[in-house]
Ligand binder design. Structure first.
Ligand code: HEM
Length: 421
């Protein structure tokens, strides 16, 4: 932690918990929330790490700062990478760049191609898939009485929806889900050194296998296109360009890692929030049609599935304009979405779970700008459809005990959540 103050007006006093220390992320949620509330009261962002060597980052914890960094992409770059720890350069060379880690013009070009999958027309078609999947999952819950909501419902729904959208046949789906879990389980999770050395190899092999499966499907669909997203992506010709096999693999990996984990965690936190806040649950059940949209956005604000993404300064920049703190070219900033979502200058009574909150300008899907979550509409669609089906058919559904969490500095990950109806 930086404790020198001559050159660093934002140095960390020793009393401030160290966000760069994995132990911080193992503290109980209220303690972490209190630390962020304290950081938001500071006049300037705090730098965690050694600013002199550039090994560290400024913590952007206020709503306005996260929005500014998200919407000024020429200054706050994604190119050097947005996840922590940084993927090794050779991993990116080998497997291709995922769009979260790109800046314009490559980002805009890729996003134009893949955005075709997320047009209202295509999402209208996906809506039917979502409903079919949700109905089947709730049927299975009724008949099979599973105990873990995450495995039985929350992880299944987004995974099946993305696979159907992409046109992944039923046969390799189980193997792919297993590979996704292995690929993403390392990001932001503190592990004993021993395991750290082993994990990248396992994750990498999983990534290679998964991308191999998708590249094979891509070649097949290029020859015989069907109605699915893989066909659209490999035959799309945007600005005279279509996706290469490597780009297709990288995009599919991103969709799975970005779309499955996040939605799964949002659904699990959502069921739990609606269990421990009976007055909010009663409000929702009294008017499902009128209140579901508000409930879904409040779940995303309150739970904030993704804790942070990183940006790197392209040039010196005064945060908030003239007179603001100086962020130097090459320095990193972490955008703490969860903290921005509890910013008391934007959200009255920010810790309360209130499904009637209006307006609710939360940053759970990002702070706006070119990288704003491509799947936000789809995620809302899935959450709305599932909670509608659950609360209509099983109105007594609730979590039992709290979610079993996996401490992580990257996402609010739920390993399991017992439930009953
Ligand atoms: C509750 C569920 C979800 C949450 C909380 C969430 C959150 C986020 C956040 C915070 C970002 C970064 C935004 C930024 O940097 O400005 C992001 C990006 C992204 N998300 Fe989501 N996401 C969710 C669901 C999904 C789904 C279902 C999909 C796709 C099927 C998806 C695909 C993406 C993609 C492709 C990006 C990168 C966009 C780009 O770099 O241009 N997300 N998401």
């Amino acid at each position: 932690m930086d404790t020198t103050s001559t050159d660093t007006p934002t140095a960390t006093p020793t009393a401030t918990p160290d966000l760069a220390n994995p132990r911080f992320w193992q503290l109980p949620a209220p303690e972490r929330a209190a630390a962020f509330a304290e950081l938001r009261r500071r006049p300037e962002p705090v730098y965690f790490g050694d600013r002199a060597t550039g090994r560290g980052f400024h913590a952007l914890v206020r709503h306005a700062d996260v929005v500014e960094a998200s919407r000024t992409p020429a200054v706050f770059l994604s190119g050097p990478g947005v996840t922590t720890p940084e993927p090794a350069r050779w991993v990116r060379l080998l497997f291709g760049d995922s769009m979260v880690n790109l800046d314009d013009p490559r980002h805009a070009q890729l996003r134009r191609i893949v955005s075709r999958a997320f047009t209202p027309r295509l999402l209208g078609r996906v809506e039917e898939d979502v409903h079919r999947t949700v109905t089947a999952l709730v049927d299975a819950v009724e008949h099979g009485r599973p105990e873990d909501f995450v495995a039985a419902v929350a992880a299944e729904l987004p995974f099946q929806v993305i696979c159907t959208m992409m046109g992944i046949p039923a046969q390799p789906r189980r193997a792919i889900l297993d590979l996704v879990n292995r690929t993403s389980e390392d990001i932001g999770v503190a592990r004993p050194l021993r395991r750290r050395f082993r994990m990248p190899g396992r994750g990498l092999a999983a990534l290679a296998r998964m991308q191999g499966i998708v590249a094979g499907l891509g070649r097949e669909r290029r020859r015989r296109p069907t109605e699915d997203l893989i066909s659209a992506l490999v035959t799309a010709d945007v600005d005279g360009r279509r996706l290469t096999g490597r780009e297709l693999g990288a995009f599919f990996t991103l969709l799975l890692v970005a779309g499955v984990e996040t939605t799964r965690n949002a659904l699990a936190h959502g069921l739990h929030l609606l269990t421990v806040h009976p007055e909010q649950r009663a409000l929702l059940l009294a008017d499902l049609d009128g209140r579901l949209d508000g409930a879904v956005d409040e779940i995303v604000r309150h739970a904030t599935p993704i804790i942070q993404f990183r940006r790197t300064l392209a040039v010196d920049h005064l945060l908030g304009g003239p007179g603001g703190p100086l962020l130097r070219a090459g320095e990193k900033v972490a955008l703490y979405y969860g903290s921005a979502n509890r910013d008391e200058t934007v959200f009255p009574d920010p810790d309360a779970f209130d499904i009637t909150r209006t307006p609710n300008p939360h940053l759970g899907f990002g702070g706006g700008g070119p990288h704003y979550c491509l799947g936000a509409h789809l995620a809302r669609q899935e959450m709305t459809a599932l909670f509608r089906e659950l609360f209509t058919r099983l109105p007594e559904v609730r979590s039992v005990g709290g979610p079993v969490l996996i401490p992580s500095s990257f996402d609010h990950r739920v390993r399991s959540l017992r439930f009953t109806f």
